[in-house]
Ligand binder design. Structure first.
Ligand code: HEM
Ligand code: HEM
Length: 128
């Protein structure tokens, strides 16, 4: 996908808006229960996705073939699903921890798979 870097950064901006809004809400209410959710919306969502986008832009050969698109879809789905689950777990750890904890861990492994795809693309195609 030729515009994959644009998609990475636009989607990251979406996560950033949600993450910053949550940060503002935490500050206003002085309730920091959801601070790990806020941190990962901004970091796993915006910071990582923007970095991925910039790297794909810098080395366009990394975008050839389907793997960059697979990485984009995987990272987006994993971030959205896992952070939604994290919201429920943090909101009520006693009830939702045992219910969603395992599936949350499994989902996040998808992010690691995405990073492995990204690492392989960088290793094999990002030549000076
Ligand atoms: C409108 C912008 C933002 C607001 C209002 C905001 C607000 C907050 C608040 C109230 C906390 C909780 C502090 C505590 O637990 O004592 C927090 C934690 C945190 N924020 Fe933000 N934040 C904003 C943007 C960002 C951005 C852009 C990032 C990263 C790129 C970020 C990363 C973090 C991290 C990593 C923590 C956790 C720190 C820790 O646990 O020690 N925040 N933020
Ligand atoms: C597969 C992806 C990831 C997993 C499973 C993961 C897991 C965790 C866990 C379990 C914590 C402790 C939360 C707590 O103390 O309540 C944590 C905290 C933190 N992680 Fe991650 N993380 C991931 C990705 C990242 C990335 C990509 C970044 C930065 C770019 C990051 C930055 C941080 C920071 C700054 C904290 C401390 C903030 C806080 O206490 O809220 N994490 N992470």
């Amino acid at each position: 996908m030729q515009n994959v870097e644009r998609l990475f950064i636009l989607t990251g901006l979406g996560f950033l808006l949600i993450g910053m809004s949550l940060g503002l809400k935490m500050g206003m209410t002085q309730d920091f229960t959801l601070h790990p959710l806020h941190a990962h919306l901004n970091l796993l969502g915006f910071v990582l996705m923007t970095l991925f986008g910039l790297v794909y832009h810098t080395w366009p050969t990394m975008k050839e073939g389907p793997l960059a698109s697979v990485h984009y879809v995987l990272h987006t789905v994993v971030t959205a699903v896992s952070l939604s689950l994290l919201y429920f777990v943090l909101s009520d750890p006693v009830v939702n921890g045992p219910k969603y904890g395992m599936i949350l861990d499994i989902t996040l492994m998808g992010a690691v798979v995405g990073v492995l795809i990204f690492g392989c693309l960088f290793w094999t195609r990002a030549k000076p």
